[in-house]
Every structure is written in C-alpha cells, then in structure tokens.
Design a protein. Structure first.
Length: 469
C-alpha cells in the first residue's frame, strides 16, 4: 500500500515527524513516500497514488498551513484515508474530522498508531471511513527506530545556523526525548503529555546524528521540548556526541528553572559544542509568570543571563509579550530589561511580537484570570479568541509585528529592528524614546549564532510563508 507522509512546516528543519514514522511504516511493509511542502514541489502524482495520507501537525503554524492545503489535496485524491498526527492533532480533533475530513487522529507517541492504521487498512480494505481503533493520544512506550531520512530533501535545503559574516552551518535535527514533565499552563505539550516524557535510547540518538553528519550536518538541533527533563540522559548524549564528532555544534531548548538547577552543567554544554540554548522566558512580570506557572521569576531570568555569561554560553530567550495581563508599560519594561542586561542581540525580533494562543485543552482555560478575557473557540484559527482590555495593546501588537516582519524582509539586523520596536513601544506610552546606546560586543560583532528560521511554533503563518506555500 502507498502511504504518503506529508509535512507543511517544521520550523525550517528536515521533518523528524516524517523520518521517524517512515522507518516504522517501512518496517511494517508500507511503500512510503515523504512530501515536505516547506521545500518540495507540490507532488500531485504522489498525492494521487496514496491510499493513506498522513499529515504531520507538530505545531500551530503547521496546522494552519495544512488547513490551507487540504482542499487542494482532497480534490486530487478524494478517496485516500486521511490521518492527522502530531501534537496539534488531538487538540483540534473535531475540526480536523469535520472540516478537513480526517479519519484518524493520533497524538503523543504516534508511530505505533500509524502502523496499526496501516495494518488495519491493508487487512480490512482501505477507505476514508475506516473507524479509528487507536486512542487519540497514546503515551505508550515505543521501541524507537532509526529515522529514515532517505526520502527527504537534503539538509542543505533547510534552515542553517547563521554564524555571522556569511558563515553558515548545515543543520540536522533530532529528538532525544519527547513530551515534558512540567505543566506550564499555556503550553500545548501539556494537554497531550500531561507531565510525562519519553526517552529515546541514547545509542539511537547518536546513530541518527551520525547519519545526518554523513548527510552534511555541521550542527544538530535537539528538538526536545526541554533537553534537561532527563539530565541523566541528556549529558551522556552530548558527551557521546562530542567524543565522536568534536567539530559538531548543537543547540537545545532548556527552561530557566533547569538552567539554574543544573548551572554546573552550563560548562558541560559549552565544552561539548553547544552553540546556544533556547529558553522560554515568556514574561518578566512575576504576576504573569505565576499565571503561566512557568516555575521561574524575573530575577531567575536575570540570574541565568549572568550564569550563561560567565560560562560563555549563548542563550536565546523566547517571549509571549502580548497576553491579557500585559500592558504597554510592561512591554516597555521588557525592552528596558533587555537593554540593561545587554540582551538585545540575543532576542529574535519575532519574539517581541508573539501574542498568546489558547488552544483546546489549555490549562489556562481553568484560570479565572484567563476566563474573564476569553471569547469563543475559533476552530479555523485553532485558538480561543481573547480581547485585550486595552485596545492600544492590540494596536501595538500589530505595529511591532509589522516592524519585525518588514525588518526581516529587508535583512535588517536585530538591533535595527529593536530600535524601531523601541520607538513604537515608547510612542504607545506617549513617551519620546531615549536614544539607545547599545554597547559594542566584546568580539566586535553584534551578531549571535542563531538559526536562520527563528523559533516560533505558536505564531500565525506570515504573509511570506503563505505566499511561498
Ligand atoms: S513550556 Fe517548556 S517546560 Fe513548560 S510544559 Fe511546555 S515544554 Fe515543558
């Protein structure tokens, strides 16, 4: 049976969410074809030939893009069984079934469910109406396989690490763990994994890294929701990585709380080739942080900046500045803190534009502070509507989003975009912006190593993304 695994967007990475199930399904006997719409041409032949089309939905942006693509896919192949899988599939199960024609919805540890679906279709006959037998969310421990990457575009066609001065590194991507043991209220991982995480065997992680190095990778992104959830797993993995590939660099996502708790391992990260750590700060207002149940405070973030600086570790903070509880003055305070702490060059401008999304199942729905701002659920937008009590905040959001997108399109530096956002934030508060005298970095460059595709899984697709799509 022909199985088409389809991805719309995986943050600029070669999609792990296709490579991993491709291995499981091939072992089960399927004839697997992978189509990554982020880089591949729209392959009508592959779509028409498939009896099972499985669409990977790891995040909001990917799901929005998939909903735009589905009418065309369905018109080419109206009879294939449609499966949606990945983190955002169970959160939007009703919409995916009724509006997009999904027959099977799989979240969490989805590979086993895909194999069961394939077996059911081959045994009982294929069709769009084969009933779902596997749970929508499975956290069953799986025997992970080495991801099959041979059906995917070369790594050089994906996002790269921008080292500055026109030096780029080819990026591979793997996952050493999945899920998360924390319960931050705004996080889409939580409704699916509910405080659980799953470890990928270290040998398999290194095997996957090895095959990507052979495919040209000079840098690996660990896509674990939090790389230090299993510190006893993460450290041996990076030690083994560095021993076998001493020239290979990597990046990972680690929460503020873990960077403090395991501060003694910041040196380990740097020594083993960690180029930067993404850390989800989200806010610098302690009241907001407590609503989100982030497990850290503003002062913790400041302490992490200092620890990272001492360890010579680059951190890349992420934020959600536009929430029902944020204010124009609070937004300005965030910018001022970034200036005071010398962090302007470390923050991707898009991070200063993110507006809270409240998906189905969000733990925020149970919070009184959230309920008073909530509107109805907008299935097509995959989020509950909410209105800011201060309409000027929504206006500011539109302005800074436009400034970040335009600056990005013009190739402006982070500093240049920040200066414009700084101006807009002051204007929103009725203030004249004081001139920004940002210090020259010690190494003479304001550029910090970063991925060419900034991390923003919870943003609306940009006009550029939609146009390219
Ligand atoms: S925000 Fe990060 S630490 Fe919190 S639950 Fe989500 S993945 Fe885990």
């Amino acid at each position: 049976m022909n199985v088409l695994l389809l991805s719309t967007y995986e943050l600029g990475h070669q999609p792990f969410g296709l490579a991993s199930p491709a291995a499981f399904l091939t072992d089960a006997g399927a004839d697997v074809h992978c189509l990554d719409m982020a880089v591949d041409a729209f392959d009508e032949t592959a779509i028409r030939a498939a009896e099972l089309i499985a669409i990977y939905l790891p995040m909001h942006t990917a799901t929005r893009l998939a909903s735009m693509a589905m009418p065309r896919i369905r018109s080419i192949n109206p009879s294939a069984h449609l499966c949606f899988y990945g983190l955002y599939a169970p959160l939007n199960a009703a919409y995916l079934r009724t509006e997009l024609g999904g027959g099977t919805i799989l979240g969490g540890e989805f590979e086993g469910g895909l194999v069961n679906l394939y077996n059911s279709l081959t045994t009982n006959g294929s069709g769009i109406n084969v009933p779902q037998t596997d749970p929508i969310i499975s956290l069953a421990k799986q025997d992970f396989r080495l991801p099959r990457r041979d059906g995917l575009a070369a790594l050089s066609r994906y996002a790269y690490v921008d080292m500055g001065q026109n030096v780029h590194r080819v990026v591979g991507y793997t996952e050493a763990s999945r899920g998360c043991k924390h319960l931050c209220r705004h996080c889409p991982v939580v409704p699916v994994y509910n405080g659980k995480f799953r470890i990928v065997p270290p040998g398999l992680v290194i095997d996957d890294i090895r095959q990507q190095v052979e495919g040209g990778a000079e840098h690996i992104t660990f896509g674990d929701p939090d790389f230090f959830n299993g510190i006893g797993h993460a450290i041996p993995v990076v030690e083994a990585l560095h021993e076998e590939f001493p020239e290979l660099s990597y990046d990972a996502t680690i929460k503020v709380e873990h960077l403090l708790k395991y501060a003694h391992h910041l040196e380990t990260l740097v020594r083993t080739g960690c180029l930067f750590v993404t850390t989800a700060v989200e806010a610098v207002d302690d009241h907001v942080l407590s609503i989100l149940d982030k497990g850290h405070s503003r002062d913790d973030f400041v302490e992490v900046i200092e620890l990272a600086r001492r360890a010579n570790l680059t951190i890349s903070p992420t934020f959600i500045p536009f929430l029902p509880w944020s204010s124009r003055e609070g937004y300005l305070e965030l910018l001022q803190l970034l200036v005071q702490q010398g962090m302007v060059d470390y923050v991707a401008p898009v991070q200063l534009t993110i507006r809270l999304l409240v998906p189905k199942g969000s733990k925020l729905l149970a919070v009184e502070d959230m309920q008073k701002h909530l509107g109805t659920f907008d299935a097509a937008a995959l989020s509950y509507q909410w209105a800011h009590p201060d309409p000027a905040m929504d206006a500011l959001h539109a302005q800074v989003s436009q400034a970040a997108e335009a600056g990005d399109a013009e190739g402006a530096t982070r500093r240049e975009i920040f200066v414009e956002i700084w101006r807009l934030a002051h204007a929103a508060c009725g203030l004249n912006p004081p001139s920004l005298d940002l210090p020259v970095a010690l190494d003479g460059s304001d550029h910090k190593p970063c991925l060419s595709e900034p991390w923003y899984c919870c943003a609306e697709p940009t006009a550029k993304q939609i146009a390219e799509f």
